[in-house]
Design a binder for this molecule. Structure first.
Ligand SMILES: [Zn+2]
Ligand SMILES: [Zn+2]
Length: 389
């Protein structure tokens, strides 16, 4: 069987599972679960994989809703990552139900390629992308140590083979002041809210002088209790993002100084805590991305190598620092529909969404064929990864 025939057979496998994949993704969509609570989604996905000949390990990395399904024993071991967590209030407004369906579909479809060429295919179920960065924890706990490369496709508004994602760190801040009557004895108070407002002003001044693609944004979670009481406490949550790790370290200090300065100005005491999980920037393996693009194009999609300059962060960044990775985007909605909106949640359950999921599964499985049938491409993928280190 040549590569062309093998690709035709993996496409046929996705088609054979299309109704079940559709049902799985719509079922997850209609029962949205938040990060680390994805009991139903993880259960349904692992059950379907097991039913189709995959060896399943549930609750890996000491995370109840993480799992690993494996078919084949050899190397290369190619991991397809599934996400399945939803957003508070918005449900599947990031379309992770489609990521789950495409991962399972791609893995099932890869079976003929494994049978024929050797190697192994893994579905790694990675919970809590949105709220806790599940892959950061899983990467630390060794989930990707025996993996040769990792791939996943995220839904969006464009077909692109690479994604830009920033290094990102969270910061929790509190100011402690002193309450007083705001009118009769203001001179005895220490205003914790003013410290927070000065911090925002200082960050806004800093923003003019930061490098491109840096992002600093936050919210006030406590701004006092009553207008006639000098706020004794204020609190805020912030995210600091940068294009690379070195600049994030630099920016971190500058942002912190905004709060330190505000504490000095007001006399309020500052307490802060940087987030434990740090999102790494995404390294796109271009050898893999080009293969994927070619396979998507063969399905009739006009895929660009790189897309919009709109940048967020993803825990796939941390995986991409350990193994060669891709995180392409598949278009399931028009450009004006932004992710994390209720319109995008609808798109994630639409026929266009299902088509995007099935095309992603096919292109991923075809990329698996390219890799398994051409050991020299695997070498090239690894060389590129090694050079970037
Ligand atoms: Zn999201
Ligand atoms: Zn997402």
């Amino acid at each position: 069987m040549d590569i062309k025939e093998l690709k035709a057979s993996v496409i046929g496998e996705v088609e054979a599972h299309r109704h079940q994949l559709r049902d799985l993704s719509l079922k997850i969509h209609s029962a949205p679960e938040l990060g680390f609570q994805e009991v139903k989604a993880a259960g349904w996905l692992s059950q379907y994989l097991e039913k189709n000949g995959f060896h399943l390990e549930r609750g890996i990395c000491e995370l109840a809703t993480a799992f690993r399904g494996r078919y084949g024993e050899g190397r290369p071991a190619i991991a397809i990552l599934a996400e399945y967590d939803a957003l508070p209030k918005l449900g599947h407004a990031c379309g992770h139900n489609l990521i789950a369906g495409s991962a399972v579909g791609a893995a099932l479809a890869s079976k003929p390629a494994i049978d024929r060429c050797g190697g192994s295919i893994l579905v790694i179920g990675t919970p809590a992308e949105e709220l806790y960065g599940g892959k950061i924890i899983m990467a630390e706990r060794g989930a990707f140590d025996k993996v040769d490369m990792a791939m996943m496709v995220h839904p969006g508004a464009h077909d692109t083979a690479t994604t830009q994602a920033l290094a990102c760190l969270s910061l929790e801040v509190e100011f402690f002041g002193k309450a007083a009557h705001a009118s009769t004895r203001p001179e005895t108070g220490i205003n914790a809210l003013e410290a927070m407002l000065i911090s925002f002003a200082a960050i806004n001044s800093l923003r003019q002088h930061t490098k491109d693609k840096s992002r600093i944004h936050g919210i006030i979670t406590d701004g006092g209790e009553a207008a006639n009481v000098v706020p004794a406490h204020s609190a805020g949550s912030f995210l600091v993002r940068a294009e690379d790790d070195a600049y994030l370290d630099e920016l971190k200090e500058k942002v912190l100084n905004c709060f330190v300065g505000a504490a000095a100005a007001t006399g309020a005491r500052l307490e802060y805590q940087w987030g434990k999980g740090r999102y790494a920037p995404l390294r796109n393996n271009l050898t893999l991305a080009r293969l994927f693009r070619q396979n998507m194009r063969s399905l009739g999609r006009k895929v660009q190598l790189s897309g919009s300059s709109r940048v967020g962060s993803t825990d796939m960044g941390n995986v991409s620092q350990i193994v060669p990775s891709i995180h392409p985007t598949v278009a399931i909605a028009p450009e004006e529909v932004v992710i994390h909106s209720s319109d995008f949640a609808s798109a994630a359950a639409s026929e266009e969404g299902i088509k995007g999921m099935l095309d992603s599964a096919k292109a991923l499985a075809m990329t698996v064929v390219d890799l398994l049938a051409n050991p020299e491409i695997v070498t090239k993928v690894k060389q590129e990864f090694g050079q970037g280190k």
